[in-house]
Write a protein that binds this ligand. Structure first.
Ligand SMILES: O=C(O)CCC(=O)C(=O)O
Ligand SMILES: [Fe+2]
Length: 313
């Protein structure tokens, strides 16, 4: 079982800050509310993983192949959103993940939403996700993502101190608890244009304490790698120095992760896949060509985040 590697931040050259008392206080002030929020959420959601031996339970990811005509239809619906992303990219480039993604509001594109929901329903995907989690889920977010080689959101994290990115860059678990996700490749995706990568079988439910720490650093954005945020992170007590996005900070032990890495390639594996987003994963790191995908999020009914999501199945 692949666990999230632990990282010694005292030995990391990009985290050599000498925190002041005030700095330590500030770091806790940012961290603690998110930490308690995570504990509260954990009481409500009680995440589960199916252990009956099904493929999704064992592997954490299951892939499907959908027909080219269906992909073309979805691509048609996505086109205005793709244009919007490309326009933004032309204007200011991509330095953070959010700049290559747009959310599709259900109210604005009901046909698009219905097409996706109908497709997932036909394949039994929500039922499969619910079987895995053991509680009802609903489709809450649909987003379009466009990846290009110029995107710099996932790299050069430590350029200010001349530290190179490790080969495990961008490896993470999603902070959100007990959700499920599906991605649909709208372009062919091979080795070069940012395949989704994951460690099979690394789907686990983290312990309450560890999850709350990793989630809190994600939500408090103390796990970003810009110098300001690193300084705050360095001022946290060692016990709280655990990120959801851990891969950027690894300094050793790469092989244990990378030798187990599996890449979802459209030609071999399919173009739609459902996954436990608390699995160790990364994707969209485009070296060459363009990658366009749909990102679909399923949330537990009782996770307390219903406000702001506007789609009801
Ligand atoms: O774009 C990808 O392949 C991965 C994105 C991701 O990390 C996610 O959807 O949680
Ligand atoms: Fe993710």
């Amino acid at each position: 079982m692949m666990r999230i590697p632990s990282i010694d931040y005292r030995a990391h050259p990009a985290y050599r800050y000498a925190p002041t008392i005030r700095g330590r206080y500030e770091a806790m002030r940012i961290f603690l509310p998110m930490f308690f929020g995570a504990l509260r959420q954990r009481m409500r959601v009680r995440p589960n993983i199916c252990t009956d031996g099904c493929e999704l339970g064992r592997n954490g990811v299951v892939a499907y192949r959908i027909a080219p005509e269906t992909i073309a239809t979805l691509r048609g619906y996505a086109e205005p959103y793709i244009s919007q992303i490309l326009k933004n990219k032309d204007e200011k480039g991509v330095s953070i993940f959010k700049e290559k993604v747009v959310q599709v509001p259900a109210r604005k594109s009901p046909e698009f939403f219905q097409a996706v929901a109908g497709l997932l329903d036909g394949l039994g995907i929500i039922r499969r996700a619910e079987h895995y989690r053991g509680y009802p889920l609903r489709l809450t977010n649909l987003a379009v993502q466009v990846g290009d080689p110029e995107d710099s959101d996932w790299r050069n994290h430590f350029k200010d101190v001349g530290v190179a990115d490790p080969p495990t860059a961008y490896y993470h678990i999603d902070g959100s608890l007990g959700h499920m996700k599906a991605l649909i490749y709208l372009t062919e995706v091979g080795e070069e244009n940012g395949p989704f990568c994951y460690v099979p079988g690394s789907n686990t439910v983290l312990g309450v304490w560890e999850h709350a720490i990793r989630y809190a650093n994600d939500k408090a954005k103390t796990d970003s790698c810009d110098p300001e945020r690193r300084k705050i992170f360095a001022a946290l007590p060692r016990a709280f120095q655990k990120k959801s996005e851990f891969g950027n900070d690894m300094r050793e032990g790469f092989n244990a992760l990378l030798k187990n890495e599996y890449k979802i390639l459209s030609a071999r594996d399919g173009n739609l896949f459902l996954f436990d987003n608390n699995i160790l994963h990364r994707g969209g790191m485009v070296a060459q060509g363009r990658r366009i995908i749909l990102q679909i999020n399923f949330r537990p009914l009782n996770d307390g985040y219903r406000k702001g999501s506007d789609f009801q199945m």
